[in-house]
Design a protein around this ligand. Structure first.
Ligand SMILES: [Zn+2]
Ligand SMILES: [Zn+2]
Length: 748
């Protein structure tokens, strides 16, 4: 029987603290689900579908930014599992050639849904998601505020062939500790921020039963058989011994005493460092209160806190109350140190390799030169694991830190051995002179994959920066801000304020879940111009009623109002970005889907399709475009699939480009079927330069030709892609394989 606590992610520019508690049956409890949680799962070879419960310490993008996506994936995996199981059962019946045989009953534990624990307001947040996503067949069991002694994951109902239920082993129960943070806001503006309700948690297992001593039972003359079972379950037995005398043996004589269960505490300190808040927190969260009445041995206490709060004298005194055997671990909430680097290692490795091939086009991620361990052994590292069971192995398991220098060396070797650099030099020989040194604006791709954030490609996000340094985001999928901050290009944390406008093409979750973090972190005096479809406006209005800080952070313009000239948007775009005009064109995908035409950008007339079927209307309205960015979810030959899911194939995207007489086409939004490199077009005469987008690709008006020529060299980096994919992508693929998913209006 094994159980453990793992640190899934820590605070960094592209991740937030998240913890995994793994039960003996493999069920996982996720504590906080910030943006990128699904990517972290894929990167560490784990399955999102094994998460059976999510516990939130507070409600903010740091803890819930990845929750909508997690719910969608968990629900889709559940549906896929049910469909597969039904198909398998039907096939079995067909094989047995007995048409009268009934289908076997469907195992109910595959349709368990997800338990969600969180502070007051969790229900309202989940309800607000209905504006853009619906999963009616997926159960969310929400427990708000105080809970005492609830089992965290629903019990499995698996049975053995004999019909006996499978023994459950240890499982975790949970008790929550609500706390109200009274936050003090901007003193200059003399305002007080609203209260924030937070939760700390104690998780524990039941007491462990003592071991049955068969030898002792034998010595006492107990006959083998059912009486052993009675003794094990705590009863006494009476029997006739060899001399015919009646004897009674009690359970205590043959079973070792039971031992206390194990406990894990997750303690969320008040966010801002105000001594009086910490004092109140520590007074409430006494050791006695944390574990009283539960009767457990606390093995580990994870403190979600800033370093200054954790290191404060009163915090240390408070921790001294805990038994000395408790392991304390700090999950630092301060992202500015970024001492851990990115948790998305696969994506960072890919970006590094591409940047070694062509640094003008591909940006490598920004990481600390050497990963430091600046705060002693108590500082939690992403990927580290604390074993809870078996009891003989309690403690940290061996953990090897990622070594940035080794990673760089590996990338250099791969690039050299692949021949990609040599080929790139040949391909780009005549382009070298085109490169312009001065900044004349750029397009930066933060996410070029579709549907769900995966290891190598994040979901949709493009940052168009004008020569004056101000930017507009074309879609803002989950993790977009993290990708921007992680890149050695585009805005830095101090310049998120330079993002002046956001365009959201349609209400699918892979195009807008990053908006909450942007609104929260942008911190600019001028509100963001948010051009988005009406369901997103409704969602944000409802969300802001829970987080009123954000309501003044944006000015919304409905995409529908951009079909004709919109004075407000035109004025703001001209003033902030120098863009002459902006128009929305309705396209065929899901309800409220729009393409965008921007005139007067640094690329000239720029068109962004969003997700759509090939659109003659878009081609007509944007005739003669200088640059078309078009979705190309599927490879050529998958036209039926593309039509069914209301997306485009590569060939269809290029034909829109031809019809539009576009001067250059950038393809993006590739299905996660193609995790690393997009497929090659089957028939493309080459009359238009075609650029394949990768995450962390940077295009400038002067390097478009270069970008259109370099792809064959990049393909050399991924020879395995043509040999089929495996492993961690399977879950993403199984979801992609469901016909119509992510494109059916009744689902999303
Ligand atoms: Zn999409
Ligand atoms: Zn879509």
């Amino acid at each position: 029987m094994t159980a453990s606590v793992r640190i899934l992610t820590t605070s960094s520019v592209d991740s937030n603290p998240a913890i995994l508690l793994v039960e003996p049956d493999g069920s996982k409890i996720l504590i906080n689900c910030g943006e990128g949680s699904q990517r972290s799962f894929l990167d560490s070879q784990q399955r999102v579908s094994t998460v059976k419960a999510v516990c939130l310490t507070h409600l903010s993008y740091e803890s819930i930014g990845g929750l909508p996506g997690m719910i969608l994936t968990a629900s889709d995996v559940q549906n896929a599992t049910i469909e597969n199981a039904k198909a398998a059962a039907a096939a079995k019946v067909r094989k047995s050639n007995n048409s009268t045989q009934l289908l076997p009953p469907f195992p109910t534990d595959t349709a368990q849904g997800l338990n969600v624990f969180g502070p007051e307001g969790t229900n309202s947040f989940l309800k607000s998601l209905r504006h853009f996503m619906r999963r009616d067949s997926f159960r969310l069991n929400v427990h708000e505020g105080l809970v005492e002694g609830i089992r965290v994951c629903l019990p499995k109902t698996r049975k053995r062939k004999s019909g006996q239920p499978v023994s459950e082993g240890a499982f975790f129960s949970v008790k929550s500790f609500p706390f109200v943070e009274r936050r003090i806001g901007d003193r200059k503006r003399s305002r007080t921020l609203p209260e924030r309700k937070t939760l700390s948690y104690l998780f524990w297992t039941p007491r462990f039963p003592g071991k049955f001593m068969a030898n002792e039972a034998k010595r006492l003359g107990v006959p083998k058989g059912p009486m052993y079972g009675m003794l094990k379950s705590g009863n006494s037995v009476t029997f006739s011994d060899a001399s015919g005398e009646q004897r009674t043996v009690t359970s205590n004589q043959t079973v070792q005493p039971d031992s206390p269960g194990i406990g894990v505490a997750v303690l969320r300190y008040p966010e801002d460092f105000f001594e009086e808040q910490l004092l109140v927190f520590f007074k409430q969260m006494t050791m006695k209160r944390v574990i009283s009445s539960v009767g457990v041995e606390l093995e580990i206490a994870i403190h979600i806190a800033s370093r200054s709060s954790f290191g404060d004298k009163i915090a240390r005194q408070w921790r001294d109350e805990f038994p000395s055997t408790v392991q304390h671990l700090l999950l630092d909430t301060d992202i500015s140190a970024d001492s851990h680097g990115t948790p998305f290692r696969s994506a960072a490795h890919g970006a590094l390799c591409r940047s070694l091939v062509c640094p003008d086009l591909y940006v490598q991620v920004r990481e600390p030169n050497t990963l430091r361990r600046p705060y002693g052994p108590e500082l939690a590292r992403a990927g580290s694991e604390f074993v809870l069971l078996p009891r003989g192995k309690v403690g940290f398991s061996d953990f090897v830190d990622y070594n940035i220098d080794d990673g760089k060396e590996k990338a250099r070797t791969l690039v050299k051995d692949s021949g990609a650099s040599t080929l790139a030099k040949e391909l780009l020989a005549e382009c070298a002179l085109c490169v312009n040194e001065s900044f004349s604006g750029e397009l930066f791709f933060t996410g070029t994959g579709s549907a769900i954030p995966c290891k190598h490609r994040n979901v949709s996000g493009i940052c168009l920066t004008s020569p004056n340094g101000n930017s507009i985001l074309l879609d803002v999928g989950e993790g977009t801000v993290g990708q921007l901050l992680r890149a050695n290009s585009g805005p830095t944390s101090s310049t998120l304020a330079h993002i002046k406008a956001v365009w959201i093409s349609h209400p699918h979750a892979d195009h807008h879940l990053g908006i909450l973090r942007l609104l929260h972190d942008r911190k600019a005096p001028d509100p963001l111009l948010l051009m988005c479809p009406s369901p997103i406006i409704s969602f944000l209005t409802e969300y802001c009623s829970m987080d009123s800080d954000l309501s003044s952070a944006y000015v919304a313009v409905n995409c529908n109002d951009l079909i004709r000239e919109n004075a407000k948007a035109s004025f703001l775009l001209k003033e902030a970005l120098g863009i002459d005009s902006s128009f929305a064109v309705p396209v065929t995908h899901c309800p409220y889907s729009f393409g965008l035409i921007l005139e007067g950008t640094c690329f000239g007339k720029l068109v962004y399709s969003g997700d759509c079927r090939p659109s003659s209307q878009l081609a007509k309205c944007a005739l003669g475009a200088d640059l078309l960015i078009h979705e190309a979810t599927f490879e050529d030959g998958m036209e039926v699939e593309a039509a069914l899911k209301r997306h485009s194939t590569i060939g269809e995207a290029l034909s829109v480009g031809m019809e539009m007489k576009a001067k250059c086409v950038v393809l993006t939004h590739f299905s996660q079927r193609y995790p690393k490199v997009p497929p090659t077009p089957v028939n493309h005469e080459g009359s238009i330069p075609v650029i394949f987008a990768f995450d962390f690709m940077r295009l400038s008006p002067s390097n478009l030709v270069m970008a259109s020529k370099v792809t064959p060299a990049i393909r050399l980096l991924y020879p395995e892609e043509s040999e089929g994919r495996q492993g961690a992508e399977t879950e993403a693929e199984s979801i992609m394989a469901i016909p119509g998913l992510f494109a059916q209006s009744e689902l999303l």
